[in-house]
Design a protein around this ligand. Sequence first.
Ligand code: NCD
Length: 307
Amino acid sequence: MNRNLLAMRHLDVDDIQYLLAMAQMHKDNVEAGDYPAPPSVRRSVGLLFFENSTRTRVSFEKACHYLGYQPVNFSGDGSSMSKGETLRDTIFTLKHERLDALVMRHRSSGAANLAAEYFGGPTVNAGDGQHEHPTQALSDALTVLSRKGQIEGLNVAIVGDILHSRVARSDAWIFSKLGAHVRFVGPNTLVPSVMSGLPGSVHYDLKEGLDGADVVICLRLQRERMKGPHLSSSREYTKLYQVNRAALRVANPEAIVMHPGPMNRGVELDDATADGPQCAVLEQVTNGIFVRMAALQWALGDDRGDA
Ligand code: NCD
């Protein structure tokens, strides 16, 4: 059976736990030098990136490599979309190129749902506008599980430009569905009251938001998505909201610091934190491969009997 992975909001807890267990199994196998047997049917997976990406694109490619799937790379530039073809016609074309699954990143919120509808087969959202980034949330949850052993009952503070962040939304859903207490922390221009539609409490004061936090997720100021003046200056933002040793004093001494990347060092977090023992950023990157293996197999229905 084919499935789509479009948003954490609509995924039930059993599916989330299943995907995390499958990702952990892939992690153990890959670390032991065992790759899963290639599927009996050859699979080709379209990787459509209409926005820049380093981690997400490479980890989907690496996931395909470990699974024996063939990645077919596609970006807006250099394709017929730069000649005026619509997203709909492009996806219909790819469907008729007989791709088995689609992974898509796009600047518009909701684009992944449209793509899934046009493609009519397994589709994985690799980030759509400010909406969701479900595989990043899976990789963040796997990272917390491996560092902390559990998610239930933890205080998870998501700090920074929540307004423009698809990661904040997907993380809020996954961590709250798994029993953590989520907090959104940042200036009121970047943590608007509409966040009340998401599971989590809102804190405009960094100290209050980090008080007793077990997990601190820093976010980049996503200037490419800002339509108006959201900040008086990035100096002031850094002064009030940077995650650094002084700010972490009120957090749990065992707190871990995460970031989906790309990091803007010296803005949302300082070098000492980014390079310190509490930082789990590079584990998030590696876990990204294993959760994407799980997501692709699950979407394609190749996972039966595997986890
Ligand atoms: C994020 C994204 O693209 O949503 N990065 C990622 O996928 N790891 C976060 C960001 O761009 O700030």
